[in-house]
Design a protein around this ligand. Structure first.
Ligand SMILES: *[C@@H]1O[C@H](CO)[C@@H](O)[C@H](O)[C@H]1NC(C)=O
Ligand SMILES: *[C@@H]1O[C@H](CO)[C@@H](O)[C@H](O)[C@H]1NC(C)=O
Ligand SMILES: *[C@H]1O[C@H](CO)[C@@H](O)[C@H](O)[C@H]1NC(C)=O
Length: 617
């Protein structure tokens, strides 16, 4: 633009020159003046009267005046003094731009006769402009891999001043990576060039800010600055890095599916894609893939399926972190499964005796083992039974227990026991398993029959009918079964004269007593005998009681003829106990059993009594 403006100016000058030339004579000599730009208006430039060798009066009379080629009134002639003054402040940069020297041709015109003098005013440059950068901030992108000595050309600063007042040099603020070189491109412009002095590292410093200063050569020099932002571009020069090579996490086995157990994180000092890490499992087994998954972006490891401490106690998972440039690192995640008390203790019966004899000490009732699949306290077991039972638990080898009777049991006081074995682990919460054993106490013949009374007194009126039921004795045996099955019997009497067996008979099964014949008060008023009750245990137990029979008198005697003897061949009738049948059967003419009693002249009285009329009686 400066050049173009100069051109226009020059054309105009030429035009004016020719016009003037055509008008009149022109002086050959030209006058040279010089003034500094920016000088105050009204400042003195020269005394034209003296320089032209004319008097002031003549200047005035000939209407001398100063005409600038550009038709602007930069100068002014004072006709009273002949002084040529500046009529305005001149700006060299405006008048001439970069053209130098900055010459402003003008004519001094006189009339009568017309005469003009060529003159020119040299407007001298002063350092009134500092160098100036067009941009307040310059951004340069430099890859961190740039080698030392690399150069980076930047926009130059501009200084409107010229010559030594124009831009001369560049400098940058202190920094450890760059210095600046001024670079003359040959057309008069000086460019700054950054030179890399020390290698850059994006990870250490991703941006640098420098101040570039442009200096001119004025006195004093003026300067302009701009800020340079250097963006250090990343290259994938960093491998992802895990904070630890081994991560360890403890996970309770009841952790629900989908839970996050840990977030693994690696760092990559690179930025952008080179610093973007994706996580994955590396060389993992099927089991691990089924159990865990990893979020590729966040590195969060989640549970895919339930853990079971009783199956697997720990997992070793290899995790790989890969950046966008394909560099990778690996670490190991150790997942320790924590036991939760999720298994109740178990009881395994090896043997059970469901029936134990009473009155036996330390009888083995059961042999069993306990176990709990959990570990630690969760797997520690306490084994107990109710306190109030006559049984004890004894630990044997390992986890085996025996259940024994504590003392001899008495079936008669308790015949059945329900023993609940309670097995509890020490976990939180405690888990308990119960196992109930029902034990029957079998009978032992340890109780003798006991008579309801120690002695019985029976009354019989004399002349009773034979086979009269005169009373019942009774004993109780608290044993059971045959041990309680009582057989009653008559025992011998102390009175040797008494033919007890012909007087009394007893039903061995129910203790009913019968008279075998009519009693006669006048012959026998009272008698006593012992009865026995015997159970069928082995050995059998028995007890005795005393029976006293009192015969009551009746008025049955008329005056009695003692002699001659009454009919002596009357049939004898007798009641015999059942037990005697066998004996009778061996006697001629008597039945051998009661299956055919009547044909033999026998008849059955009740279940146990037989009336028999042996021919020999
Ligand atoms: C033992 O348990 C069984 C079954 O529950 C019950 O029928 C029986 O009465 C119990 N016996 C005792 C002595 O508690
Ligand atoms: C019952 O036990 C006691 C004491 O051991 C013993 O004296 C008694 O003979 C036993 N009885 C039977 C019927 O075994
Ligand atoms: C025996 O006495 C009974 C009556 O008491 C009588 O019927 C019977 O004929 C007598 N027999 C003899 C041989 O005297």
């Amino acid at each position: 633009m400066g050049t173009r403006r100069t051109l226009i100016l020059w054309k105009r000058q030429v035009l004016v020159f020719f016009v003037l030339l055509g008008l009149s004579w022109a002086s050959t000599d030209s006058l040279h003046y010089s003034v500094e730009e920016e000088t105050e208006a009204g400042s003195f430039v020269a005394n034209l009267a003296r320089d032209l060798g004319l008097g002031v009066a003549e200047l005035s009379s000939r209407e001398a005046r100063v005409v600038s080629d550009d038709n602007k009134k930069h100068l002014h002639l004072d006709l009273l003094t002949g002084d040529m003054l500046l009529s305005e402040r001149l700006d060299r940069e405006e008048l001439c731009g970069s053209t130098q020297p900055c010459m402003m041709p003008f004519q001094v015109v006189l009339e009568n006769p017309l005469q003009f003098y060529r003159a020119e005013l040299h407007v001298r440059d002063i350092n009134d402009h500092p160098p100036k950068f067009l941009d307040k901030e310059i951004t340069i992108k430099i890859p961190e891999s740039a080698t030392i000595g690399s150069t980076f050309l930047m926009e130059n600063a501009q200084d409107l001043d010229i010559g030594s007042n124009s831009l001369q040099d560049y400098s940058i603020g202190p920094n450890s990576h760059f210095y600046v070189k001024s670079h003359d491109n040959g057309n008069g412009k000086i460019y700054p060039e950054l030179v890399l002095d020390r290698a850059l590292d994006h990870e250490e410093e991703s941006e640098l800010r420098l101040t570039l200063t442009a200096l001119d050569g004025g006195s004093p020099p003026r300067s302009g600055t701009t800020s340079i932002l250097i963006k250090v571009l990343d290259i994938n020069d960093n491998v992802p890095e895990f904070a630890e090579s081994l991560y360890e996490v403890q996970v309770p086995e009841d952790m629900p599916i989908g839970s996050s157990i840990i977030a693994i994180s690696a760092k990559d000092l690179d930025s952008g894609n080179y610093g973007t890490i994706s996580y994955s499992f590396l060389h993992t087994s099927e089991v691990i893939r089924k159990t865990f998954d990893i979020n590729p972006a966040s590195g969060e490891v989640n549970l895919r399926s339930l853990l079971d401490f009783e199956v697997i106690q720990s997992y070793s998972v290899n995790i790989q972190a890969t950046d966008g440039g394909g560099l990778s690192a690996k670490c190991t995640l150790l997942v320790k499964v924590l036991d939760i008390n999720d298994n109740a203790p178990e009881v395994t019966m090896s043997s059970i005796t469901k029936t134990i004899p009473e009155n036996a000490s330390e009888t083995l009732v059961a042999l069993f083992s306990v176990r709990d699949q959990d570990s630690g306290d969760n797997g520690k077991i306490l084994c107990s039974i109710e306190d109030d039972l006559p049984f004890i638990l004894k630990p044997t080898f390992k986890n085996f227990f025996t259940l024994l009777t504590e003392k001899a049991l008495d079936r008669e006081s308790r015949a059945e026991y329900n023993i609940t074995i309670t097995v509890t682990d020490m976990g939180t919460p405690r888990l308990t398993t119960q196992y109930t054993i029902t034990v029957q106490v079998s009978d032992v013949n340890d109780n003798a029959p006991a008579f309801t009374q120690t002695s019985y007194t029976l009354f019989v009126e004399e002349n009773n009918s034979p086979a009269l039921h005169i009373g019942t004795i009774s004993a109780i045996d608290s044993d059971s079964g045959s041990n309680a099955h009582i057989t009653y019997s008559l025992l011998s009497t102390h009175d040797r004269q008494l033919a007890l067996s012909s007087l009394i008979s007893i039903n061995a099964d129910n203790g009913q007593l019968f008279t075998l014949r009519a009693l006669d008060y006048e012959a026998l008023q009272t008698f006593e005998f012992r009865v026995g009750a015997t159970d069928q245990g082995s050995p059998a137990l028995s007890s005795q009681a005393l029976v006293r029979v009192l015969v009551l008198d009746a008025n049955d005697n008329a005056p009695f003829v003692l002699y001659p003897l009454q009919n002596a061949s009357a049939p004898c009738t007798e009641l015999l106990p059942r037990a005697w049948i066998a004996t009778l059967a061996r006697m001629p003419g008597c039945p051998s059993s009661c299956s055919r009693p009547r044909s033999q002249g026998c008849s059955v009285c009740g279940l146990t009594m037989v009336r028999c009329t042996p021919p020999g009686c």
